[in-house]
Each structure stands twice: as structure tokens, then as C-alpha cells.
Design a protein around this ligand. Structure first.
Ligand code: SF4
Length: 288
């Protein structure tokens, strides 16, 4: 379908407004995410209505620990991501449009997703597993129907959506878990993106009463030194205050990072102490 957020430029080029990459695409080109394409001077989204994963999960698995506790959340994804993290546990769906040059998925309508959520007695729908920003149109259509049925909408996201996307979804967004990797050099070298945009987006969510929880994956050799973690904590506290819920998760080798060791438990405990010392009360250790 034609994309919701883009600008037409001269020479049949288009500028995508969905995430902070703001890709400018010539005829026939696809964006960094691999699922948005310039066709005849218009921008089309290629993963609309194509579900690549769906499940009913405990909400704590998102992870959201302080929201609709002990309920299940109906979860689904379409293929693609605007980042390329080499440790991605879900790379087979997040990177498949780029790795296989194919947009995989089963046709499932937004209405059908809402029907399934109600059928499985889930009070919420989570847009998760890949990156919901990249399937904005599909998520947005589902979020509107879900809201009409009294369901809550949850994004599990890297937080790198554009201001335009955030403005569009905010009235429909009830809760989010944002992955904050910290430190620009990690984003620039490994993921593509920048820390500041993500911090600002998280602040907008929080200021607009979206229930927000933040997750940081601690990876040996990347962001596991005391000064790295201190810097992440400073960012979180500066932008979000100390009443934020912070999940510190343990890395397990995956995708292109099978050569790294599992994060030692003592590193997670050090991170927890740094967070507590800075005043963050709600800290949870994950994957241990
Ligand atoms: S969603 Fe982001 S990565 Fe994809 S085309 Fe748009 S600006 Fe580029």
C-alpha cells in the first residue's frame, strides 16, 4: 500500500518520514529497512498485512513488569527493521528483507488480529519481535481497531521512530518498552541510529503518559565497563528521571556475535548497583 508518511521530491524522488533515517529514495530504491520502496515517484510499504510472527505471550516477556501484570498480550510482527544490530535474537525476521531480498509473511488483516486478541482474552496487543516503526501502517490500522474494542496498545521498539511517527501513534499508544543501548558509538558502529533521538522520543512518550519501561542489553566488550553503564544511567536519569523502570538484560551469543561470551552475572549486578546509586528504584535483571 502507499505509505502514510513521506514527501514527494523533485526528479521522482521521495523522502520517507517514518524513522530518523529519513531515507531519500530514487525510483526503484528501497530504504535502509528494506520494506519501503519508491515506485513511480510514490512511496510504498511492502510489509503491510504480512504477519511474520504472532503469539500470545505473558506481558512480562515483552518485558513490561509494571503494566497489566500477570496478563497475556496478543503479539505480532511484520518483517523488517531500521537497525542492523549484529546480536539480534530475531534477525531471521528483522533482517530478512535485506538478507533474503524477500518480504515474508502470512496475510492477516488488522481486524483479524483484534479478533484473535479478544478470542484469546488478551487485554492488550503488542507490536513486537521486529520493529513496529517499520510496519507503521499495519500497526496503526490495528491500533485504531484495538482502541475501539477497549484493548491497550503496546510497542516494543528501538525508539528510533521519527517525530512524525511518534505524533501519529501517541493518541493510540498505551505502553512501550524501549531498547536503550546507550552511547552513540554503539549505535553508530553496530546498529545505525543515534542515542539522542531515542532519549528524546522516550521523554515525549513519558511526558504524554505512555507507560514506559526501558531495557538495556549489556554486551561484553561493547557497553559493559563501569563508565559505559554510568553513562547509560546518567542518560536515563537526565531524560526520564529516577521513577523509570529499567530492565538490565544479559547477552547470549546470537547472529553475527556468536564469538562474544555470555554477560557475567557480576556485571549485571554492578549495573544494578550503579542504577540504584543514581536513584532508580525499579530495576530488574533479565535473562538470568
Ligand atoms: S522507515 Fe526509516 S529506514 Fe525505512 S525507508 Fe523510512 S526512513 Fe528509511
Amino acid at each position: 500500500m502507499e505509505a502514510m508518511l513521506y514527501e514527494k521530491l523533485s526528479d521522482n524522488k521521495v523522502k520517507c518520514l517514518v524513522c530518523n533515517h529519513y531515507c531519500v529514495l530514487k525510483l526503484g530504491q528501497r530504504g535502509i529497512c528494506g520494506v519501503r520502496e519508491n515506485k513511480d515517484g510514490k512511496m510504498f510499504v511492502l510489509n503491510y498485512g504480512k504477519t511474520v510472527a504472532s503469539s500470545v505471550d505473558p506481558i512480562e516477556k515483552k518485558p513490561l513488569y509494571n503494566y497489566l501484570q500477570r496478563t497475556n498480550t496478543y503479539s505480532f510482527a511484520a518483517a523488517g527493521c531500521n537497525m542492523r544490530c549484529p546480536w539480534c535474537q530475531n534477525y531471521s525476521i528483522s533482517q530478512s528483507p535485506k538478507l533474503n531480498n524477500r518480504i515474508e509473511g502470512t496475510e492477516i488483516s488488522p481486524k483479524e488480529h483484534v479478533f484473535r486478541a479478544i478470542h484469546y482474552q488478551c487485554p492488550s496487543i503488542s507490536y513486537t519481535y521486529s520493529e513496529p516503526t517499520i510496519f507503521l501502517e499495519y500497526a496503526y490500522a490495528t491500533m485504531k481497531l484495538a482502541k475501539d474494542e477497549g484493548l491497550k496498545n503496546i510497542w516494543v521498539t528501538n525508539g528510533y521512530m521519527s517525530k512524525e511517527t511518534l505524533k501519529l501513534i501517541l493518541p493510540l499508544l498505551d505502553a512501550a518498552n524501549v531498547d536503550y543501548k546507550g552511547q552513540n558509538n554503539v549505535y553508530e558502529k553496530y546498529c545505525s541510529g543515534d542515542a539522542l533521538s531515542i532519549l528524546e522520543n522516550m521523554k515525549v512518550m513519558k511526558d504524554n503518559s505512555v507507560h514506559l519501561e526501558v531495557t538495556t542489553l549489556i554486551i561484553p566488550g561493547l557497553n559493559d565497563k563501569e563508565e559505559n553503564i554510568q553513562s547509560i544511567v546518567n542518560d536515563i536519569v537526565t531524560y526520564l528521571g529516577t521513577d523509570i523502570i529499567w530492565h538490565i538484560t544479559r547477552f547470549f551469543p546470537a547472529y553475527q556475535m556468536k564469538n562474544k561470551p555470555i554477560t557475567p552475572k557480576k556485571t549485571l549486578i554492578m549495573a544494578e548497583k550503579i542504577g540504584h546509586d543514581a536513584g532508580i528504584k525499579n530495576i530488574y535483571l533479565g535473562n538470568i
